[in-house]
Design a protein around this ligand. Structure first.
Ligand code: URA
Length: 237
């Protein structure tokens, strides 16, 4: 019996406009911040290229995450404390309150976490593992571990891709259920559908997005996107 060979997917054969599932333009809320910076644009477009290898992709993801942190952490509260410099005593400032918490959504969020740890080495890490139930299409939790006293900590949820928004919504709901009052969501590429879901369901959550893309294809991938972020970070297919 002859088996028909499946044709290999070739992105060169497709135009973004032909893949997009129609969706209206989303009105950005005051809590949604889209980065507008040449460094970010330049790096993201190298990440998009299907020829960019795993190690380059990871480095660029970390560089973009550091730039996102710079914006997302602008509002951190400071407190005064005394420092003695080689010259004299003075009053300096440091970040106040309980150690902030980074919550990477498994698995692609793990690619952003080292960058946040670089800029905030004392931060704590929680892990949020969710998969999509093929029947209900709803996100199902398979792993969840947070630092103690999450109700007193500021949480920075990480996922490079905000697509339909289903998983991000589930993670944020669960953090709120645990008493977390201050939540920020950080992603590299967002689709309008995901932004709308988070804006509607969580008007109190700040969204930091490096780039807002055109939309989703029928399989839920962001267009033009960068493919499966987890595969690109971990070299899987
Ligand atoms: N998750 C990804 O990794 N990529 C997409 O395009 C959408 C969701």
């Amino acid at each position: 019996m002859s088996k028909k060979k499946k044709k290999k997917y070739n992105p060169k054969e497709y135009q973004e406009k032909d893949l997009l599932v129609p969706y209206h333009e989303v009105k950005l809320a005051k809590t949604t911040h889209v980065m507008d910076h040449p460094l970010v644009e330049h790096k993201i477009n190298i990440m998009r290229n299907h020829k960019t290898n795993v190690s380059e992709f990871r480095s660029l993801l970390e560089e973009v995450t550091i730039l996102l942190c710079y914006e997302a952490m602008r509002g951190l509260a400071l407190e005064d404390y005394e420092i003695v410099t080689p010259i004299c005593k003075t009053i300096g400032k440091r970040i106040s309150g309980k150690k902030l918490t980074v919550v990477p959504i498994l698995r692609a969020g793990l690619g952003m976490e080292p960058a946040v740890k670089n800029v905030v080495p004392v931060s704590r890490t929680g892990h949020a593992g969710f998969f999509r139930d093929e029947k209900t299409l709803k996100p199902q939790k398979y792993y969840w571990k947070l630092p103690r006293k999450i109700n007193k900590r500021q949480a920075f949820v990480l996922d490079p891709m905000l697509a339909t928004g289903g998983t991000a919504d589930a993670v944020i709901r669960k953090l709120k259920k645990k008493g977390c009052k201050s939540i920020c969501f950080m992603c590299v590429i967002a689709a309008p559908q995901g932004v709308e879901v988070l804006q509607d369901n969580h008007p109190d959550v700040e969204l930091y997005i490096a780039h807002l893309d055109k939309g989703l294809n029928k399989y839920g991938y962001i267009v033009p996107g960068l493919g499966d972020a987890g595969d690109r970070i971990f070299g899987t297919k």
